[in-house]
Design a protein around this ligand. Structure first.
Ligand code: VG1
Ligand code: CO
Length: 676
């Protein structure tokens, strides 16, 4: 906190002082030097097996030169190649190299042909169920090594097809993309072959397997695809020792609902065969179409559909006017993750930001040994630049798969709960897409109540849903919701059905551009801090903080939640908790107003009579142990108290949260690993 006072920012200080206690495994990993992941370019198509007699390859013009990804996919060098091979991965090996029949025979010589056309053979590979393939808050996430076990990914993909109605995939078009992390290349080939094996008509895949999560959603919608796969563990670190993940989205572009993911899990427990098309690996390095009989793969430019959508939503001329000013400094940190592919084409080539305003702008398979989570801890390089006296006026970062965002002004951090509220309050005047006004607003339950106040003032329908973006989609499809967000650096709107990092950055730039459009050179510009202070003065400030205790022992963490549920069951309104009086306590349950589905046990809440809240939940995105999250919130209407450090304002409530839960006793943890 003393560091906070010196740099003038409440939240930053806590981060600064917590910088060192990373989870042990992570701090170890950050100092560990990975081998370089490189492999030879794919063999030319003419060298592929001649068994596959007929295929037509049409190469279209590529505006997406392979050279842009040079650190990810450099020209081959024999020494670096061997490091990949020594990990047991043969990315451009023969078809189905990682699909194994449990009978032990090699895939290319076993299994009956269950279907065939003049040029595509489909084989049935016997397999056995694998435990633990249950999806969490957002897809299935595990260590890469787990996914690389024989048939691990293949089983889940086949279980997914077994769970979908036939009309959702037979002869249908599905989209495939990911954040460029380690194992995506190999996974792409596995997914394509199983999709073809199950009768999918066409796969649209991002060049080099690249598509951000919001871009997948945009492509599904624009091209009227039936769904799509996203290969990403989002903000979790990548590389051979770290995480991999897979998400499936539906035809509206939204994450599959629990009814489907539960079915997939059920099918992983009884799976006995995988249907695989006997086709060669597809060359993902060039934009173009490859056909095998009735099945085709179209490699698409990962940027153009998404960029086109952004041009529809925002006034690019307005934003260009701001970014090209010599008195406005801008910095975007892509964290060596997927938005590296989007940042230069959008911000620099299109919106005329200076070329040096993009940092860590090249996607890497291990995110440059980093943790691609845009918060004050993991995007520290950006934070350091933004807190310099001569730092830029606006800074932002995005996560592994490009759906999260962090927004900063010069020496100013915008908490995500405030960010969504401020975007909603300013959307109508600053963003053409919302010219008629937003239809409704929504937030996840632990997100602060700032947005509620905007909804009230603008007289808009308002919804509180469980954590995870999948709960917003139905409301959007029903025309009840336009702008929504989560405290976990997720903000978005109904332009797609995922949260969208670059959208949030463009929304903020639109607000600033709108406020400054008549400012002459040399005149003081309206800053990020000005916009936030003005918002607090109008609506009051919801102080908010989240404490994360990452990778705790599961047993202690589960017991703590059970203990809290017990307290909830016995609790009564009017009870005193320190200086706070209980209004109610519960384990949040949500009934979807559109389809009536119920999601229960979504977080234990203690809500007090003054509107303060303490919420406890376990993360559903980790790949090891249990991560406890505690969310603390308190409303302050008094403008004279708005400058107080959030950690100081919330101290009594934080102490209460720790003592009520007996967190230290249950988890053995003295301090959180991350404070937001
Ligand atoms: C976290 C966040 C949640 C977010 C989810 C996916 O989930 O809290 O708000 O929707 O990650 O984001 P959990 O269960 O760990 O708290 V992403 O960018 O990782 O797809
Ligand atoms: Co993400």
């Amino acid at each position: 906190i003393s560091e906070a006072s010196t740099c003038g920012n409440p939240t930053l200080a806590i981060f600064t002082s917590l910088r060192s206690p990373l989870p042990v495994s992570l701090s170890h990993s950050l100092t560990h030097t990975f081998p370089e992941y490189r492999y030879s370019p794919p063999e030319p198509i003419s060298a592929m097996s001649s068994t596959y007699a007929r295929f037509d390859t049409v190469f279209l013009l590529s505006r997406f030169a392979g050279a842009k990804y040079s650190p990810l996919w450099p020209s081959s060098s024999s020494s670096s190649h061997s490091s990949l091979l020594s990990s047991g991965i043969h990315l451009r090996a023969k078809p189905n190299s990682r699909l194994r029949s449990v009978t032990g025979a090699s895939s290319s010589s076993s299994g009956p042909i269950i279907a065939g056309s003049e040029s595509i053979e489909i084989k049935s590979l016997p397999t056995k169920p694998i435990e633990g393939q249950k999806t969490g808050t957002s897809g299935l996430r595990k260590k890469v090594k787990v996914f690389m076990q024989d048939n691990y990914l293949a089983n889940w993909i086949q279980a997914l097809f077994n769970s979908l109605p036939l009309e959702d995939y037979k002869d249908a078009t599905l989209v495939l993309g990911g954040d460029g992390r380690y194992f995506n290349k190999e996974a792409s080939q596995i997914i394509i072959k199983i999709a073809a094996g199950n009768g999918v008509g066409k796969i649209l895949v991002g060049q080099e397997g690249i598509l951000s999560t919001p871009a997948v959603s945009a492509v599904i919608r624009k091209r009227k695809a039936n769904g799509g796969f996203i290969m990403s563990a989002s903000h979790n670190p990548g590389g051979p020792e770290y995480d991999w993940g897979i998400k499936f989205n539906y035809s509206s572009g939204q994450p599959a609902p629990e009814s489907i993911t539960d079915k997939i899990y059920g099918n992983t427990l009884s799976i006995s065969e995988i249907k695989v098309a006997e086709i060669p690996d597809i060359d993902l390095s060039h934009v173009g179409v490859t056909k095998y009989g009735n099945f085709s793969v179209e490699v698409i430019d990962p940027i153009s559909d998404y960029l086109e959508l952004m041009e529809d939503v925002f006034d690019f001329d307005l934003i260009r006017g701001l970014l090209s000013r010599s008195d406005f400094g801008f910095m975007f940190d892509a964290m060596h993750a997927v938005t590296g592919a989007y940042a230069k084409p959008i911000f620099v080539d299109n919106l005329e930001a200076k070329p040096d305003s993009i940092s860590n702008g090249v996607p890497l398979e291990d995110f440059g040994h980093g943790h691609p989570d845009p918060n004050l801890t993991y995007a520290k390089d950006l934070v350091d630049v933004m807190y310099r006296d001569d730092g830029p006026d606006f800074g932002a970062a995005s996560d592994g798969d490009g759906d999260r965002n962090m927004v900063l002004g010069n020496k100013f951090f915008v908490t995500p709960s405030d960010s969504v509220a401020i975007i909603a309050a300013n959307a109508q005047e600053a963003i053409p897409y919302f010219r008629a006004g937003p239809k409704g607003l929504a937030r996840s339950m632990p997100t602060s109540g700032a947005l509620d106040r905007v909804a009230e003032k603008l007289k808009l329908p308002f919804f509180e849903v469980p954590t995870g973006w999948k709960f917003f989609g139905n409301l959007m499809d029903a025309g009840k919701l336009s702008i929504c967000g989560e405290e976990s650096f997720g903000t978005g709107s109904d332009h797609i059905r995922e949260k969208d990092g670059i959208w949030a950055v463009l929304a903020w730039l639109s607000i600033l551009a709108h406020r400054n459009k008549d400012k002459k050179p040399g005149e003081k510009l309206v800053s990020v801090a000005d916009v936030v202070n003005e918002y607090w003065a109008t609506y009051g400030r919801n102080f908010f903080s989240r404490y994360d205790y990452e990778e705790c022992e599961s047993e202690g963490a589960n017991k703590m939640i059970e203990y809290l549920r017990d307290i909830v069951a016995k609790s009564k309104a009017g009870e005193n908790y320190g200086n706070y009086v209980l209004q109610f306590a519960d384990d949040f349950s949500y009934t979807d107003p559109v389809d009536g589905s119920v999601a229960s046990k979504q977080g234990v809440r203690f809500v007090f009579t003054d509107g303060s809240r303490i919420i406890y939940r376990l993360s559903g995105t980790g790949s090891a142990g249990a991560t406890v999250r505690i969310y603390i919130e308190q409303f302050e209407p008094d403008v004279s108290k708005h400058d107080v450090d959030a950690q100081i304002a919330l101290k009594p409530l934080i102490d209460l949260a720790l003592s009520v839960s007996k967190l230290k006793e249950f988890t053995g943890r003295e301090k959180p690993t991350v404070i937001t």
